[in-house]
Each structure stands twice: as structure tokens, then as C-alpha cells.
Unconditional design. Sequence first.
Length: 847
Amino acid sequence: MARSDQPDAAAPASAHRPARDLAEMLTELRLARAMSQEELADRSGVSIRAISDLERGVTRRPHRDTVRALAGALRLDPAQSRSLDRLSRTVPPPSRPRSRAPRITVPAPVTSIIGRDADLAAVGRLVRARSVRLVCITGPGGVGKTRLATEVAWRGARGMERVDAVDLSVLDSGQDLLTAIVTVLGIRGSSGRPMETIAARMGRARWLLLAESFEHVPDAAATLADLLATCQGLTLLVTSRVPVRLRGEHLWPLDPLPLPPLTDATTSGHDPAVIATNPAVCLLVERAAAVRPGFSITPANATDLVRLCHRLGGLPLAIELAAAHLRTLAPATLLADLVSRLPDLASDEVDVAERHQTMRATVLWGIDHLPAEAREVFRILGAFTGGASPDALATVAAAADRPLLSPDASLAVLAASHLVTMTDHAGSARIAMLDPVHEVAAELLGSEPDGETVRDAHGRHFLDALRTVQSIDAAPGVVAADWLDPDLGNVRVALARTMTHHPETLDAELVRGLMRFFVARDDYGEAYRTLSAAAEAAVSPSARAWSLHMAGIAANEYGEPETAVRMARGAETILAELGDDRGRCSTLILLGNALRVLGRIEEARQNWLIALDVATALGDEHSLGVVHHNLGVFAQDVCDYDRAREHYQASLELKRRRGDRRGVATTTMNLGSITLDTGDPERARQIFEGLLAELRAMDARHQLGFTFAHLAEALLALGDVEGAASAAEQGLTISRKVEYGQGVAFALRTLGSLALRRGDTREAQRLHREALGLTSDAQDTVGILERLAAACLDDDPEEARQLLLDAEQTRRERRTPVPPADRAAVTTLRVRVGLPPEPDDAPPATP
């Protein structure tokens, strides 16, 4: 984030203020090592209070033992240690006359400030620099502007003769500012000319004046300018949601506290030791412990605390309000309550300003004085979720009969007031809101008589966008997820509203567009859940059939083949009644896919052959390409590799003609799999490595994870153990992220083989058993059973024998021989457990 005109931290200080140099040097040395005052206290044995007094200049001549302890804890080099010691000696000892302490009327902080060390140091340097007269801390309501300014005022008091504060939020207009300052200064019997009175009192004295909530009286800017011109020793420290806009103003934008990643959770949750260092979590826990002694981060509540901080947007005010509720509530309970009650978070402390009593009051304070259209834009944004583009905002407003005259100007006003932020997504502007702010906008919209009209317009806009989503293999620049992906939240809200309030508007084109959208995002889990709900809600038979069909595709990819079979049959029945042969052909393909996963390969083949006839009659090249691919899979399953190659080549020709990039990648990967099965790992490696760049370019994460897992198998066969481990780990990470069970299982299988190669049989068994629990593909299951048998051979030969018998039974039922590349290893295993080298009725293999 850009900060303007910061003074050089390394610039030499005036020689007559050595105590300030000691404080600055200690502060900067600590921050350079990313240490908090608490951490420095722990390492040095010096109290937090003593360190705070040193950094604020309250203690100006510390004991030498204190200096040595701090130097050791900071791990200073000899030169730095000498400098720190020298600065601590240049202040006159207490027995000598000392300068008078500054008069401070700013209320002293009563709580610790967390996560703002860098801001404190930077703003403190600005305030102390004689060349800087006006510093403005800006940020959204509740971000902690006043708390930071108060801390800076107390720490920046050294070198000042007076430090005062004036609350602009209680003024009726900027004309009341000077009178308020006269009152703060304690001047009685003013002559009625307050500027002259203030100037006479302060003269050239070094004076720091904290002016809070400038946004309430923006007309006070001219008065502040006159004050700076009249009082030459004055430094103004202003807090505001908008800049003062005077010459010489130094802005310091204050952001919400940084948040820990939601994605850092393992299967057992977030690590308490890791998240305890995060400022947002630290603030929440400290404030909760103040009202609930003994409260701390535990493995049981760590993930809920992280989610709470995210829900609260990292806003310190929201975090402190939430912490008060942890007096009686568990974090998980509070998190559930905040799903719809975020604006209602309230404080029961009597000394909190009214505008900070609730998040609602804080946000409303920021919009009360905005122009009418800016307030209108704020309310309309309450219909959006996860942000909006300016074009979408204008379109929805117009569709709701609330056209905006100057949307850009209104957005600029909201951004200047820190009620929205403007970000960039792929070169286009996006409007974003913090969750606590958005909740208030949504609440305001809901309280309006025509709020539902805006929500309906929002829903229509995004459903129309879904209907126009192109195939994932369309020309560059028209890929489905590229432009709708940032609006996932809006798509979800629009769909939920449509299914609840307007189910009659669900149609087949919308369902197909929705599926293309989810496929482009590689999100089959959400596709399955959403399309299943659409099938239940749909009024139109066509919409219901296509919802069932698309939900079945997602279910099969998600690892629910039985559900996919049920949905495919339901869709086929409806489509046959409607006479929709093209849709029926697609459903027959899906039915075959799910039956194959279940191991019912002959039924699968029969459905694919029927689909082949229907697609041929229709001239449907898309379906023909898919059917030829699937018949190739069947041939590969039974080790009829020549026929598999024929079908794959036919599929490739059709897919290339249509520009089906993902389809080409899938078929190419299967051709690579054949080369691996037939004992040519080097050629397989070349094929898989060639696919990676193409899949990354398409962001095809399902296929990318699966390809990495296949590449790991090729590298393992070539003896490249390190490369195989790296590829398998990458495949595992990607497949877990997109919830692709088959990809996860395939990667675990390779990692299990690597563990066995290094002699770790227990780890190999664990990995293979985990893989077995994840795969729903019968063909993959057989291979994992055989590898698990190898891992169990030394520890439990009888279990290994039973596993091989289970694999043999499955291969017999599916008529799938052991691939040539694995035949020697499986034969050796069988002999070692006392089985014949090959079953008497083993299915033949075709090389």
C-alpha cells in the first residue's frame, strides 16, 4: 500500500533530543526483528511496562543491565550494542535538572494494542518529524483508527509541550471546532475570537492535537488549515474515514488486521501454536480471556476462532464485540449465530462511544452524511455477495427501476469513506465490501419496500449470465469460468433465490450453463449438491431431466456412482418421454460411465454401444467423441490395447475437429496410460509432461492432479524416486483441493509404493488402505489391492494372500487381466504366498 512522503527513518535526529533517539532506535531494532514488546520482554527478562516506557521516552536513562539484556535479546552486533549503550548514557542522570514533562489531556489507553507495531512506528515517526504538520489516519469504521492515534499520541508525547484531543463527532458543524479546542485547552473567559485566543495560549509551543472523526464535519477542513497556519508548533493527528484534503497532508490508510489462511487446516484442524501468532486471533483470544478467565486457543476451538476472525473481516471493533460474547458462548456457537446476526454484535461497556456500541451503528455513522445516490448504491450492493463489477451494479439497478445517474462518482464517494474497496480482477474493476459492512447494506435493502425487486433483478442478471456461459472449450477469451468465477457468491445467491421463490424459471439451458460453470471451476462437489437441489425444485420436466443428468455426471466424478446410476435412469425416462434423443444419448453415456466405475463393465459397454448408434444417427460429433473414448476405456480395461488405441484415435479426431481441448487432454492421458501399462514408462513420461502445461493453461485441476499422479507412476517405473515423490505429492495436493477422490487415491497408491521401496511397510500399508477407502473405481481398486498385498507380505503373509485372492476374484468378474507392466511383480507375489503364478481361468491379455 502506498504511503506518501514518509520521513527517512535513518535521518539524524537533533542533538539536543538524545532520549528520543534511544526510543526510536530500540523500537526500530525490535520491529526489524519482527518482535512484539511481549516477545522482547520474554527473551530479555525486562518487563513489558519497562520496554513500553523506554519506547515512549518515559524512561530516558535505563540501567546498564537493562540495556545489556535488551541487546542480548535482540542479538545486536557489537556496533549496535555500543550505539544503544551510548544513547542511554547521553541523557542527564535523574539528579540533574530535567525538562518539564508534557501536559497530556488525551485519555490514557486502557487496553493493549495488538497487531499495529509497524503502524505505530511509522505514524509515530511522521508525528515527530518537524517537517510534517498534518497526519491523517484513514480506514473503515471499526478498524481501530482512534485506538492507533491514541497510542501514537501517548508515545509521541516526548518532544511535545502539550498533547490534546478533540472529538469532532459531537460537533454540529465545523464552525464549532475552535470553541471545542478552547474548551479542551481549559481557557476561560474567551474574548469571542477563539483563533486569537488559541494562538495566544500556544504561541510557538510544540503541540500535538488529536482530532477524531473528521468525516462527521468535513467543513472543518478550512478551520484546520487556519489553525496550522496560525500555530506554528502545531502537529495535527486526524482520524477519519475520508482524507482532510489539505496541502501537506500525510495519509496513513489503516487496514483490517491480517487473517490466518482458512486453508491451513489439516484433517485435525488448525495448529493452535501457528494461529496464536496471528494478530486477529491474538486480539480475539486476549479480549475473550479478559471476560472469561482461562480462555485460550485449543485444538478443539482453533479452527472456529480462525473462521470467526474471517467472518468479522479482521476489524478490531467487530472482534472486540464478538469477544464479549465468548464470555458465555463457545466459539462454534457464536460462529453459527453470526451467520445472520453480525450487525447485532453489541457491547455492554458503558464507556464505549454510541457509534461503536454495535457494528450496525458504526456503519450507519459512516453513511448518514453521504449523498443520496451513494447511499442508494450502498443499499443495492447489499443484494450482491462476494463483490460486484460496476457494470453488474448498474445493470441490476436499472432492471430494478432504480437507475443510477453517476455510479462511478457514487462508488468513488463510498471508496473514499472506506465503505467499499475497489480491486482489480483480470484487468476489470471489482467492488468489494467487508462482511460486517455488507451485512448492514443487506439489512438496509431488506428493510425497503422494494428491496425484493432489487434481489429479483440481481437473480435474473446472474441466471441470464449462466445461460450464456459457453462451452469450456470455446475460443480463447470465452471460457466459462474466466469472467463468472469472481461472481461465484452471486451465482449461489441467485440460484438459491430462484429455487425458493421462482422455480418455474429454471430451464434446461440454465442447467447446462450451470454445469459448464462448475466444470470450468473443477467443482463437482458443489455441482452435485446444487443440481440435485435444482432437480427437486424444477417445475419443467425438461429442466428436471437435465438437472438429474448433470447432477449424475457430478455425482460420478465426486465418487458416488450408485447415485449417478439412479439419476441417469431417472433423466433417461423423462427425456425419452419428451422425445429428446440428444439428451437421451448423453444420459446413456453417463449411465455407462457410472456402471463401469461400479465394475459392471458389460452393462456399461451395452449402454455406450446404444449411445454410439443414437449419436451416429443424430450426427452428434460431441457425443461420438465421448463414446469412442469410453469404448477405448473398456478395451483398455480388458487389455485389448490395439482396439483401445483405435477408439482413442477416433475420439481424438472428433475432439480436435470441435476444438474440445479438455476432451483431447483426457484422451491423450489415456493413451499415455496405455504406454505405461504396456511397459514403456519413458514414452509415458513424455506424454504426461507434455500435458501439464496445457492443463495448467486451462486450469483443469481435476485432470492436472490425475496427470501428476500418472507422471509419478512413470517416474517410479524409471527409477526416479525423488521425481516420483514430488509428482505424487503435487497430484495429491491438487486432487485433495478439488475433492477428486480418484485422483487422491491414485497419488496415494504411488506414495505407498515409494514407502515400500524405502522399507517402510507400515507407512506403505497405511497409504494403500487410505487409497482403498477413497476410490470408487473397481479397476483402480484391483491395482491397489495388489500393491497393498506387497506391503503386507513380510508383516502378514496370510493377509497378503487374501488380498491377492480378492484382486483375482475382481479381475475374474471384470475380465480384466493384469497389465503387462505389472505382470512380473504380481506373479512373484503370488508365488511367495503359495498361489499359482497365474489363476487357471485368468483372462487373456492382448499386448
